[in-house]
Design a binder for this molecule. Structure first.
Ligand code: 26Q
Length: 836
């Protein structure tokens, strides 16, 4: 071992805490030999068998991506070899979702290959942006939870943590959204139609998954076939996760379901060859499609099997890896940390117990200890309708051994609670893993909390509410397990890659250390008083806005003026996220102009984007309303050029990368107490947008970091929202606030629904008749007041730029590197394992 390496390893082993971990990894990058023309042309010739002179952009993309993969493949192998040799504690991140987006530009950046690629582009006269456009987004997630998983993988690789992501290889990602007559339409996202250059199939590492029955999917519904045990195969497909600097290349392993080759053809078919083959196809439907719901558990049987399939494949795989390097089962928690991304993979509790009891043949107490020490659980929601509960009957049919184990865990838990709280049967009922009543159900959050050593929320307020409200009894029982890990986002993709103009001036001002140590952005603080830096910031924003406007014009024909304020709200459409509150704000402004066409009003463009779960009718109606409002305003000569509403279809990672850098005002306006954290709020902040927001999720901590003076906070606090349950009456606002009344009247007047009279009745109903559960009307006046303050600031460009700089300077805490450093130090006890 050379002395350099000895020092690095020694340093890594000392590893005191999150801060230290962050500091250590901010080390220099590795240099690559680089790609060249030969590599690129060889791929064109041999993979695609095309004449390099006569190719289209897709072939060009594939050849370049394969060349980049060639460059990283040695390093990828070396990473795994190092882990095998050093046998460090490994982190496994289990998630039903990874919202990756595109990989080419991100990998080139992280490999520090930009100069090489730039030369190739020049030599070959390539249209680089055109090439990048050929890559479909890997949209294997719904929103925040899936994107968080992708940011975490980026950070873990950058920080050289021996980590691996496990997920499902959905053939169809999140549906593609188009808008017709204002309504959302869903189209399948067949992102794997063409070969994906990033994935490597590893059929030799397939695993078997045993189920207590067979199943079929007919007409979209899942049917169990009892009494016919079955076997599925999990085929791993690996994707490289390039750490910044290219030193570490970790793996995201996605499982595809298949039927075993030796599928009982004789027994099954009884001469019916075609029928038997159709049975085989049933197995393969399992990983066909991502469930597009992000906040309701629709209770689909197929989803339940997907969850078990991910857990069974991943645990078999990681236990096999553990066994290759370790002989003593008791060292499992010293070598393995498994993080559960929400309850979706929480069957890991009973699966790990099953392995330790039935395969390792350990006793219950030892197995239970090891299971709990190995697993940790992250909660992402407080919405009761989103907490997963699965019918006990499905356990009985599909995974009966798990049911035995879960009932035994529960028996012991209840015994313990009765001993500690004699006579408190209410508590017993609340902590129980089983929800009694007609159709007994297993409560997956309770299972995850009881079966792990750590339960964390994703922002301070959320972790607090989780502990004191949602699962209070369990938090009382296991107080030491509960903790907070405020979310973060990767500054590589979300600042350096997405916003080269801003990244450039930041680097010019303070050097490029911020890329791996975002807290360094603090150094920008004094520059808030520097006129030339303020001008540079203004220019960078204008450049991002112009690029966005140009892209929008070219791709959709919609024209927006980059000189106007860009005000955005982009996220899944949900009542609690309150796109309707934003719409009411726009309607009030519109009404003011209609009332007084000479009114002075700072012109603005309002951007909305986001998908609605296909079965969430009210969310789809909100999209329809936003589109009709956009059309009505466009058609009204009084407001044209002063207010504009744009609903951008098909919100995805790639669209976020374009819009966020171009935004001046970020709307984070959920009903306080409902948004667990939010992560786009952080992306907007580090890209120089000012936040108009409620005191909810991580927005609270962002305002704390920047100083409330530099934020535009408004509305009820979570406490006030909870208190308002007794007295809140939306009619009061309707009766006493003329602008609120006029806005609601406009919604139901058919002013924006001339051709579909009455279509927006349900919106008025939720806001008024049905009690306005999410308190839109309670917060509207305060929203408008905060909005007014924001416009006053905008009138003074110097003062605006000052606040923008102070916000960027304070955004360092919201790097996912900081979050991962905290997970590593406080939950996983994982340390970097540098690859030489
Ligand atoms: C559950 C059962 C069946 C089918 C689907 C689901 C399901 C799928 C996805 C339930 C929830 C989700 C996604 C939730 C999510 O994205 N939550 C967000 O997580 C972010 C990262 O922590 C937070 O920032 C957001 O506040 C939170 O809403």
């Amino acid at each position: 071992m050379n002395s350099d390496r000895t020092r690095t390893v020694a340093r890594a082993l000392r590893m005191p805490g999150a801060k230290e971990l962050l500091r250590q990894y901010a080390c220099g990058p590795v240099q690559f030999a680089g790609t060249n023309d030969a590599l690129y042309e060889r791929h064109l010739m041999f993979d695609n068998v095309v004449d390099p002179m006569a190719i289209g952009p897709r072939e060009r993309y594939e050849a370049i991506a394969r060349s980049v993969r060639d460059i990283l493949s040695q390093r990828w192998l070396r990473t795994e070899h190092t882990y095998r040799r050093e046998n460090p504690k490994r982190v496994y991140y289990l998630s039903l979702e990874f919202l990756i987006g595109r990989s080419l530009a991100n990998n080139v950046m992280n490999l520090l290959c930009d100069p090489v690629v730039e030369r190739l582009i020049e030599d070959k006269g390539l249209d680089w942006l055109g090439v990048l456009e050929q890559e479909p987004d890997a949209g294997l997630g719904n929103g925040g939870l899936g994107r968080l998983a992708a940011c975490f993988l980026d950070s873990m690789a950058a920080m050289q943590i021996p980590a691996m992501g496990y997920g499902l290889r959905y053939e169809y990602g999140i549906f593609r959204q188009s808008i017709r007559d204002g309504w959302q339409n869903e189209q399948p996202d067949h992102w794997l139609r063409r070969p994906d250059p990033w994935e490597v199939a590893r059929p030799q590492e397939q695993v078997e998954v045993r189920l207590g029955c067979s199943f079929e999917v007919r007409g979209g519904t899942f049917g169990a076939i009892p009494g016919q045990p079955s076997v599925l195969l999990g085929i791993p497909y690996d994707r490289p996760v390039v750490g910044f600097g290219g030193k570490t290349i970790n793996t995201l392993r996605l499982w595809a379901a298949a039927a075993p080759e030796a599928f009982d053809f004789h027994e099954f078919s009884a001469g019916d060859f075609v029928g038997a083959l159709a049975e085989r196809l049933s197995a393969e439907t399992l990983t066909r499609v991502l469930y597009p719901d992000d906040s309701t558990n629709m209770g689909q049987g197929l989803r339940f099997v997907q969850e078990y399939f991910l857990v069974a494949c991943s645990l078999a795989d990681l236990v096999r890896r553990f066994r290759q390097s370790n002989s003593d089962w008791r060292t499992l928690p010293d070598k393995v940390a498994i993080q559960l991304n929400d309850t979706h993979p929480s069957l890991a509790v009973s699966e790990l117990m099953r392995i330790l009891l039935d395969e390792a043949r350990l006793g219950w107490d030892e197995a239970w200890d090891l299971t709990r020490q190995t697993l940790a659980y992250t909660n992402h929601t407080l919405l009761p309708e989103a907490l997963e509960k699965w019918p006990l009957r499905w356990f009985e049919l599909l995974i009966p051994r798990h049911l035995d184990i879960i009932l035994e865990i529960n028996r012991r838990l209840i015994e313990d609670v009765r001993a500690r709280f004699p006579g408190d049967e209410g508590k017993v009922e609340r902590v129980s893993l089983v929800e009694e009543g007609e159709g007994r159900k297993i409560r997956m959050a309770n299972l995850a909390i009881v079966g792990s050593h750590s339960t964390n929320g994703v922002a301070a307020i959320h972790s607090g509410l989780l502990r004191t409200m949602t699962v209070r009894d369990l938090a009382d029982l296991f107080a030491e397990r509960f903790n907070n890990k405020t979310n973060g986002v990767t500054p590589r993709r979300w600042l350096r890659l997405a916003n080269p103009a801003l990244a450039g001036i930041i680097t010019e001002a303070i050097g490029d250390r911020w890329i791996t140590d975002l807290a360094d952005l603090e150094k920008l603080k004094p520059l808030a008083d520097d006129k030339s830096f303020r001008e540079a910031i203004y220019k960078a924003k204008h450049s991002a806005k112009s690029h966005f406007a140009e892209w929008l014009r070219l791709t959709s024909g919609v024209s927006v003026d980059p000189a106007l304020i860009f005000d955005s709200q982009v996220k899944r459409i949900h009542e609690y996220k309150r796109q309707l509150l934003n719409a009411l704000r726009v309607v009030v402004l519109y009404n003011r102009l209609r009332e007084d066409p000479d009114l002075e009003m700072t012109p603005r463009t309002f951007f909305f984007a986001g998908k609605a779960a296909p079965a969430y009718h009210l969310a789809k109606l909100i999209i329809k309303f936003l589109n009709n409002l956009a059309g009505t305003i466009d058609g009204d000569p009084v407001v044209r050029g002063r207010l504009k509403v744009v609903f951008l279809p098909e919100y995805c990672v790639s669209l976020a990368e374009r819009l966020i850098p171009a935004t001046d005002v970020s709307n984070q306006i959920s009903t306080a107490g409902f948004e667990a954290s939010g992560t786009s709020n952080m992306k907007f902040m580090m890209n120089g947008a000012l936040t108009l927001g409620t005191r909810d999720g991580a927005t609270i901590e962002m305002a704390e970091a920047a100083g409330e003076d530099n934020f535009f906070l408004f509305g009820l606090t979570a406490e006030q929202v909870a208190d308002s349950r007794g007295w809140y009456n939306p009619h009061w606002h309707y009766d006493n606030e003329p602008e609120t009344r006029a806005a609601l009247d406009l919604i139901s007047s058919d002013h924006v629904s001339r051709y579909e009279p009455g279509v927006f009745g349900p919106l008025r109903d939720v806001l008024l008749t049905h009690g306005d559960h999410y308190r839109h009307l309670a917060d509207l006046a305060d929203y408008l007041a905060a909005d007014r303050r924001l416009l006053e600031l905008y009138a003074d460009p110097d003062a605006w730029a000052r606040k923008v700089i102070l916000n960027i300077a304070a955004s360092g805490r919201f790097s996912s590197d900081r979050t991962i450093a905290e997970y590593a130090a406080e939950i996983w006890d994982a340390k970097p394992c540098p690859v030489q």
